[in-house]
Each structure stands twice: as C-alpha cells, then as structure tokens.
Design a protein around this ligand. Structure first.
Ligand SMILES: CCCSCc1cc(N)cc2c(=O)[nH]c(N)nc12
Length: 376
C-alpha cells in the first residue's frame, strides 16, 4: 500500500492525497460505505461504483465470521470474489462489534469470548485468530484487534484498556508479519489509537501506535457517545502526533459536520453507518440541509430529492414519492434513500478534496458546515 500526499491546506491541517492498493486507488479525504455482512444494505455493487462513486467499502470480521463463515468466503477466493466488489475493501477486526452486539462477552488478556447474536454459539477472538480470519476474508486493509474503550469510563479503566490494546497490537503485528496473504495481493494492517477522552492517555497511545511504524493508523474509541467537542479535541491531539506521511482513519465518524471538522484536523478516511441506517428511517442528507422525509411538509413536494447533487435517484425521484415509499415501508424506499445519502457523503468528501486542492478549503468548510447541518 502506498500513500501520496498531494496538497496541504494553508489554513488548517486538511490534506488531499491518494492511497494505492492492489484493488485500486483511493482519493482522500474519503468516506467508506459500511458493508457489514458483505453488502452495503439495500445497494447493488454496480450502484456503489457507478452512482455513488464509492472507492472503498467496509466489512465486519465479526459478522462475516459468524455468517456466512470463512469456509465459503475462502472457497470463493476471498470477499472480493464472494460479493463481486472489485475495489479496495477494509475490514474491522471484530472487537467493536463484540462490544456492541454480543450479549454476553468476557474480555480477558488472551482475547474475548462471546456468544453469537445469531444462534448463541460461543466463540473466542484473539489477536492471532482475528489476523488469520482477516487474512482469509482478504480485505486490502485490516484492523488490529482492539478494545473500543466504552464512554464514559473511569481513568483507570481507560488506561488499562488502552494498555491491553497495545499488548494485543504487538501480538497482531507478530502474527500478521509471519503470515502471508492467501490470494496473491497485498494486505495492510492498521493499528488503532485508544485512550478514551483523557489527553495524557491519548498522547501516550498515539505515540505508542506511531512507534509501530505501520503503513496507516486509525483512531478508535471516539464517536461512542462523547460530546463532539471532545471528539474534536482528541482527534486534534492525536493527529498532531501520528505521522503526516501515513493515512489517518477516524473510525465510526460521523455526521457531515463531524467529517468536515475532522478533515480540517488532518483525518483522511471516515466510515459511519449513519447515511445508510438513517436513510432507512427517512433521514436524508442533502446539499441544502437535512430532510426528514417522513414529515408531513414533503407530502406534496414533487420536486426531485436533491437536484443539486446529481446522480440518478436524487434527480429522478420526487420527495413526495420517496416519502410515500418510506411510509409504506416499500423496499424501494430504503434503496433510494440509501443510494442518495451515500452519494451525498461521497460528494461531500469529494468537494472537500477539490477545495483543499483549490486552496479555499477553510472558507468553504465554514459555509458548508452551516448548510449541511440545517434542518429543512
Ligand atoms: C465497519 C465498522 C468500522 S468502524 C467500527 C468502530 C467504530 C468506533 N466508533 C470505534 C471503533 C474502535 O474503537 N475500534 C474498532 N475496531 N472499531 C470501531
């Protein structure tokens, strides 16, 4: 994997670059649609590529390991072959999903034992087997096995959790470096900074992670319920320590306003379930602001969803029609809203990239932050 920085904003820490993987190039800043169980919910691979212009999508080790399981994914020759997405893929390591999904889980030094949320079967994830699992899934970028420190938590818990994540990272690197990709293309391991909302722990974790010298670095433990100001304070502190010549991935972030602020702080990669999860509930992000399509006020609005955005669904379908579909729980409603929101998120980061290159990012960001946050 190669990261080339092409532009730096003079009035913020925003930067534009490109990440080259064996499955294609990713232009940064980038938003990565979440395809938890091997599909971006309600969206075809062709729509991801042609309409949304997605460049990289995410998968979840936890979900894919439990269902459909590694046998069929391995038999297919990896996730790219299994789901037909031929661009770059990143998989999360599973720790976060165990913490957020599995009812009963036990976190110990060796790893995490948990019960499947699907059938109650018992499993154990360790730094070693999670590396092996992600080798078999075959994502281009794989995440270290960490504990996403819950928020809020006591300082001592945050410190002990962070220290365990560092010890687990050691084991991840050892296992990853002594194994090969199963499918003939390169895979890259990203470590994850923790430390909750404690500046001294965040500094310590960022320094420890940077010292591993991996090809990219992630910031975890944020977008877990903390105030946005805390998210920004921790992101800024960590970005100032992580090496500038490696991509920085802020996990689970966020709203359009969060993304614009964190691009200005020096983040290159984002993911969030918000555009797809909230779409299914009728929350639309548009170039003019946020639309809750379920609201009565859109009942007779025959204007296109978002004529400024371009793209098939946002110009072909009306607000009134989409409101009707969402109210009627028609499957097409989820499809239209999901494609629209993801097109918006990719448009937003694409616009940010263009303005970083043009040199007027800071001004554009201030104006766009107000626009994208207003409720229509
Ligand atoms: C496909 C989903 C990727 S992001 C999930 C996620 C989201 C958030 N908010 C934090 C973390 C974290 O600290 N660690 C890990 N592994 N994942 C996290």
């Amino acid at each position: 994997m190669k990261f080339d920085l092409s532009h730096k904003d003079s009035k913020s820490s925003a930067r534009a670059g490109s990440i080259t993987t064996d499955h294609g190039v990713i232009q940064t800043p980038i938003f990565m649609p979440v395809g938890t169980a091997g599909s971006v919910k309600a969206v075809h691979q062709r729509e991801l590529k042609d309409d949304i212009k997605a460049q990289i999508i995410l998968g979840n080790t936890y979900h894919l390991y439990l269902r459909p399981g590694l046998d069929i994914i391995g038999e297919a020759g990896g996730l790219h072959k299994f789901n037909g997405w031929d661009g770059p893929i990143l998989t999360d390591s599973g720790g976060y999903q165990v913490y957020s999904l599995s009812g009963t889980r036990k976190i110990k030094e060796d790893g995490v034992t948990f019960m499947s949320h699907i059938d109650g079967s018992r499993h154990t994830f360790t730094p070693e087997n999670v590396m092996d699992i992600q080798r078999r899934i075959g994502a281009d970028i794989i995440m270290a096995f960490d504990e996403c420190t819950p928020y809020p938590c006591e300082y001592t818990y945050a410190r002990e959790s962070m220290e365990m994540t560092h010890r687990w990272l050691d084991r991840c690197c050892k296992r990853f470096d002594e194994t090969e990709s199963l499918y003939g293309y390169q895979q890259t391991l990203f470590p994850i900074v923790q430390g909750s909302v404690y500046p001294d722990l965040r500094k310590q974790s960022a320094e420890a992670i940077a010292a591993f010298g991996r090809e990219g670095n992630a910031i975890g433990g944020l977008s877990v319920g903390e105030p946005a100001e805390k998210m920004y304070e921790m992101t800024s502190l960590v970005c100032d320590i992580l090496p500038s010549d490696k991509p920085r991935y802020l996990m689970g972030v966020g709203t359009p306003a969060n993304i614009l602020e964190c691009i200005a702080l020096g983040i290159d990669m984002f993911d969030c379930v918000m555009p797809t999860r909230n779409a299914r509930n009728g929350m639309l992000f548009t170039t003019q602001g946020i639309i809750n399509i379920r609201n009565e006020k859109w009942k007779n609005d025959l204007n296109p969803i978002d004529p400024e955005l371009g793209g098939y669904v946002s110009t072909f379908y009306s607000r009134a029609y989409l409101r009707h579909l969402i109210h009627s729980k028609e499957i097409l409603g989820a499809q239209i809203a999901s494609i629209h929101n993801l097109t918006f998120y990719l448009w937003l980061v694409g616009q940010a990239r263009e303005h970083i290159i043009a040199g007027d990012f800071a001004i554009w960001k201030e104006k766009m932050t107000k626009t994208v946050s207003q409720r229509l």
